[in-house]
Design a protein around this ligand. Sequence first.
Ligand SMILES: [Zn+2]
Length: 288
Amino acid sequence: MAESSQMGLAARVKSAAPTIDVLAVRTPTLPPATHTNTFLVGTGQAVLVEPATPYQDEQDLMVDWVESARGRGVEPVAILATHHHPDHIGGAVALCERLGLPLWGHAMTAERLSGIVELDRLLEDGERIELGGPTKTALTAVHTPGHAPGHLCFVDEASGIMIAGDMVASVGTIIVEPTDGDMTLYLESLRRMASLEPVALLPAHGDLIADPQAILSFYIAHRLMREGKVLGALEAHGGPARPSDLVARAYDDTPEALWPLALRSLEAHLIKLEREGRITREGDRWSP
Ligand SMILES: [Zn+2]
């Protein structure tokens, strides 16, 4: 390993807990975020979470990171994917090959990655990955659909910290849109995360979140506030409306530049409201 790269590595790796190291790598993610956090969990047996970066220089850094851990007796047994989005699995093929590690994730992630990346083991909700070493720990997989169908969070037993993927973020916002997302499931998953009472959350984008209950309650309240505005916009519109007829009113507190993204979220809200029997749909038009 080149000395300059080792210095770069030392400056960029942070410790979130005695059992969790964090390295934020540059990824093609949603602005204002520019990086995705990757994690090395374990003090003997270990796992690498989020093979995120498609960029060669950042993959080189991740390889140096794992090799330097191996030099200290920390030996990853697998790479874990929280979900299938490109800013989370962009380095999966290269990193699995270069590090000689298998890729593990949820069955629905495997389905979405079919033809792109092959998963070597499917992890189910509640599955526990034991990691021996000087400080023994285990990671428990928690299936949290809503942002992506196969989304997994991972709770580190030794620290009580939850690796939260794209369920929450301390930089930018979480997209819940009908292709991959589901607003009903997203809210259920946020409540489930809160019920597990993690000590802290490590999101994929931004810093550690020290007060999980506060942010999870805020996220739930914020989505329900938006749902109320979507319903209000539909009622104000009167007749059958397309999502584009509602966005100006439902997102009147959001810069217009974000409305194209907001439209996708608005549709996810409409689908939830329809499912609950609170509105009806005919073709691409919705009515109160
Ligand atoms: Zn995502």
